[in-house]
Design a protein around this ligand. Structure first.
Ligand code: BTN
Length: 242
């Protein structure tokens, strides 16, 4: 497996996308000790100090475009499993934030290039707040964030955790290759650990806010929220505030 390490990159997702354009093979992993331009979902900045785990995985021809949501759920299940193996008990917040004690410990930014209905490749960027104290993050961030060091009182073996995540990703992709049916079991696992389902959530969708009851995640990875008027909303992206 090719793993490219560097002391610093702008964003491992950017490097992985460039290399994908240049023909890099399926499974390539791009890591960096620090990111100077780490990116989060919805155009946000992702703080990426030394001590964290910042990496991106290139996946070629992962699935049909209609299953893009499943692909991101899959990544969060892989991280959840690997954290469990490393003794860190976490929850998943839709679509793919990983929380410990209600605070975010890992974020995932999947970027895809599609050609018609087929996803040509996906870059799955995973950021784990690992071996630094949460106070190292800016105050507006650390209110809602935590780190493995803060939660466990000791650093995690990062190469081992990375290997576990990659193994779980590999194992889970075979489910996706079998289509929506094969993915059903992974979605059930996602639901078992979901912090979001069965509660009232506030969701931001662009400039609109919706409040409702998070009923389910369907076979496309779409969050189904019923508002107080009984109207069901399908959320493909957007953000669950709480
Ligand atoms: C989020 O929760 O908003 C997603 C955060 C994703 C961060 C990771 S760190 C590695 C990869 N490179 C980036 O610039 N972002 C992702």
């Amino acid at each position: 497996r090719r793993i490219l390490w560097a002391p610093e990159r702008t964003s491992t997702n950017d490097t992985a996308i460039e290399l994908a354009h240049d023909g890099a093979v399926h499974g390539l992993v791009v890591t960096a000790a620090r990111q100077t331009g780490g990116r989060g979902r919805q155009g946000r900045v992702w703080q990426s100090p030394a001590g964290g785990m910042w990496f991106s995985v290139l996946v070629r021809n992962p699935c049909a475009l209609s299953q893009a949501g499943d692909l991101t759920l899959l990544a969060s299940v892989a991280v959840h499993r690997a954290l469990h193996e490393s003794g860190v008990e976490a929850e998943i917040k839709w679509p793919n934030d990983i929380l410990v004690d209600g605070r975010k410990i890992c974020g995932i930014l999947a970027q895809m290039r599609a050609d018609g209905e087929t996803v040509d490749y996906a870059v799955i960027g995973i950021g784990i707040n690992a071996n630094f104290h949460r106070e190292a993050l800016p105050p507006d961030v650390f209110d809602h964030a935590t780190t493995i060091l803060t939660e466990c009182g000791q650093p995690v073996d990062r190469p081992l955790l990375l290997a576990r995540i990659l193994n779980q990703l590999d194992a889970l992709y075979s489910n996706l290759a079998q289509g929506a049916g094969g993915f059903a079991a992974v979605r059930e696992e996602w639901k078992t650990h979901a912090h979001t389902l069965g509660r009232t959530v506030h969701v931001r969708l662009g400039d609109t806010f919706i409040t409702g009851y998070a009923e389910d995640v369907d076979e496309r990875g779409v969050l189904l929220v019923r508002d107080h008027a009984g109207v069901r909303h399908e959320l493909h992206s957007g953000e669950v505030l709480f």
